[in-house]
Design a protein around this ligand. Sequence first.
Ligand SMILES: NC(=O)c1ccc[n+]([C@@H]2O[C@H](COP(=O)([O-])OP(=O)(O)OC[C@H]3O[C@@H](n4cnc5c(N)ncnc54)[C@H](OP(=O)(O)O)[C@@H]3O)[C@@H](O)[C@H]2O)c1
Length: 218
Amino acid sequence: MSETVLITGASGLLGRALVAKFSGAGFQVLAQCHRHPGKDGDNVRWLAGDFSTIESIAHFLWKNEKILSQCRYLINNYGPITVRPTIAVKGSDLLADFQQQLVPTVDISHFLIARAPLQMVLTIGFEYSGEIRAYQKILGYAMAKNALLLLTRSWAAAYPDVCFNLFSPPSMENAAVLPKQARTVAPELVADRIFRIMSRRRSGVHYRYNNPLRASRK
Ligand SMILES: NC(=O)c1ccc[n+]([C@@H]2O[C@H](COP(=O)([O-])OP(=O)(O)OC[C@H]3O[C@@H](n4cnc5c(N)ncnc54)[C@H](OP(=O)(O)O)[C@@H]3O)[C@@H](O)[C@H]2O)c1
């Protein structure tokens, strides 16, 4: 069986770099997009899906059940950032952040665990995954991303036959939202790092990834 990977948010900044990396390495890539599909190629197939609601995620999964049942690898990359002053955050904002970060990851992973020869799930965290700190603008996003960390560790213990990884990327060049004085890394370098993590076939969490180009200039 070919090595098939599902990449969510594949038409975004990091997603496009991941599609290029995995397809270039000979994987069959199932690339989920919402409104902006790329071109299908010999080993890239674009799958449109809307992850706004539980029902629309289920629709994406059942519509593509046959091809998804080939997946050995899953990269939960979809996870849009939300920005709101902490004092203005309401319960409904937290629900929306959890819907965007958690629900697709949980429902897609479960679907593939049950139906595909899944070996590896890698979920994308954020720069401060695992840190307890005060957030002024991205509290809901940070809470939901840290919940993904708990999910990853718990699933790694619950499903010994599948590897679960969480990778915390730094701010990336050309990101829509960047903190002041952010030190950015090219999405292609982040995709390389994710590819190496997935090649190891172990479970783990991967915090703070520094720009290797900057380090080598020191
Ligand atoms: N960018 C950064 O600096 C940074 C830093 C740390 C962590 N991260 C994390 O890295 C991951 C990738 O971030 P990114 O900046 O590369 O993302 P991005 O460029 O904002 O990509 C967004 C993706 O989500 C898709 N999408 C939008 N609405 C959707 C919907 N309703 N249903 C399903 N898909 C939808 C888009 O599809 P279409 O374009 O086809 O509509 C696109 O593929 C995220 O988990 C993010 O939290 C990013």
